[in-house]
Design a protein around this ligand. Structure first.
Ligand SMILES: [Zn+2]
Length: 266
């Protein structure tokens, strides 16, 4: 059920991704982008309508973007993963746990929108990053309010951190990205990545945020190397690849697998 709910939200996220910046607004019935016919309810069932229609519009046969089922499936899986991590149970869970689940699903939905949009348009919209930072900020406040911000033990350094450090995690993790952007004149890193990193810092905390950034660089390194080695120099050192998907991948490693480089006991 959590997965199905996630695919339904995913189908709404597709609408957000497509209509943002198109001037169409979020209201109004969904239409085929090719023939303009209004889609019936049966054609709007996440995943299934795409599969049963063979990836084509039922009216005109135009090919539908594979983005639709991919975002729906990804959203379903994210909802499932968040549910596993938060162990939310509508019967047993208390209010803080319910709020944590709500805010975490909202945050991951937004990250899905951000990376899909970034892959298409090579830009991270400020409004998405701002809403994400706001969500992360509210989550951090709630954790503090319910006493869930606890000191973390860092085995590497043999010390406990103050949970107050997490309040500075946003600006601290944004800082290196802003410097990279500034010093390279925007060539090595976009300012959009810096703004996204701000929200991720608050979302994951200081040690989790730094871990996510390190994982992002590691996971971005090998695909980039592969692209550089492609024949006929289709990609050079000047080529741009979107970094946001790797930032989100790094965050997934931290959030879903619970891997935090600093609190790890070896
Ligand atoms: Zn059509």
């Amino acid at each position: 059920m959590v997965f199905i709910l996630g695919t339904v939200i995913g189908s709404f996220l597709n609408v957000v991704i497509y209509r943002t910046g198109s001037g169409a607004g979020l209201r109004g019935r969904s239409k085929c982008l090719s023939c303009g016919k209004v889609l019936t309810v049966a054609m709007l069932i996440p995943l299934f309508s795409y599969l049963f229609q063979g990836g084509r519009c039922a009216y005109c046969g135009a090919k539908l973007s594979v983005q639709y089922p991919l975002v729906e499936a990804a959203s379903g899986l994210l909802f499932l993963f968040v549910w596993w991590v938060d162990r939310f149970d509508p019967v047993v869970s208390n209010v803080p746990e319910m709020l944590a689940y709500l805010f975490d699903t909202a945050a991951w939905s937004l990250l899905l929108v951000i990376i899909t949009y970034d892959l298409y348009h090579k830009i991270i919209l400020d409004r998405f990053s701002a809403i994400f930072a706001l969500l992360a900020g509210v989550t951090l406040f709630l954790k503090w309010r319910f006493g869930l911000l606890t000191p973390e033990f860092l085995p590497v350094f043999g010390i406990y951190t103050s949970p107050w450090l997490d309040l500075f995690a946003g600006p601290l993790i944004m800082l290196p990205f802003t410097l990279l952007w500034f010093l390279s004149g925007g060539r090595a890193m976009g300012l959009g990545d810096a703004k996204l990193a701000f929200g991720l810092g608050w979302f994951l905390g200081l040690s989790g945020g730094i871990s996510a950034v390190i994982f992002a660089f590691w996971t971005a390194f090998f695909p980039s190397l592969f692209l550089l080695l492609l024949p006929r120099k289709r990609f050079t050192m000047k080529s741009e690849i979107p970094f946001a998907p790797f930032l989100v991948l790094g965050s997934m490693i931290v959030f879903f697998l619970g891997v935090d480089m600093f609190t790890w006991a070896f």
